[in-house]
Design a protein. Structure first.
Length: 63
């Protein structure tokens, strides 16, 4: 499922900071429209507190 793909990618990045030549403070997530919702759904249910920046463009949120 799409959410699992995104979560798996984020987990892979987290496990490979050294190979990628980055630190956790350099991770930025960007999502547009449904991608903004996808970021929310992945982050709400998982512990990724070390992400530097999250940019959500035109995401749908409940008032």
């Amino acid at each position: 499922m799409w959410k699992d793909d995104c979560l798996g990618t984020l987990q892979w990045v987290k496990e490979n900071y050294t190979k990628l030549g980055i630190t956790s403070s350099q991770v930025v997530m960007v999502g547009d429209s449904a991608g903004g919702n996808l970021i929310n759904s992945v982050l709400v249910k998982n512990d990724f507190k070390d992400i530097k920046l999250i940019i959500e463009l035109y995401q749908v949120i409940d008032k």
